[in-house]
Design a protein around this ligand. Sequence first.
Ligand SMILES: O=C(O)CC1=CCC(=O)O1
Length: 96
Amino acid sequence: MLFKVEMDVNVPLDYDPQRFEELKAVEKAYSQDLQNKGVWRHIWRVAGLYSNVSIFDVESNEKLHEILMGLPLYPFMDVRVTALCRHPSSVREDDS
Ligand SMILES: O=C(O)CC1=CCC(=O)O1
């Protein structure tokens, strides 16, 4: 099942900078592990914003929920999820 996930990151201005750098490093490793597994298919920075647009390929809504809840930066995020399905005009032979 494919999902578009939009994440806006809002870290308080007075948040400890060192702790924030640590969180970002853990977030990066978490994301890259899922990308290497083919679960986190795409991640794009939204130009000019501390936001990303991502595509996830997961087996269930529950699995997506678990992944998003596990994001180290989740406490600082606004997250929007949109379920996707194949467009009838797509020329791709699969959903890649
Ligand atoms: O920087 C972001 O958009 C938040 C984020 C999600 C995965 C990651 O590595 O950073």
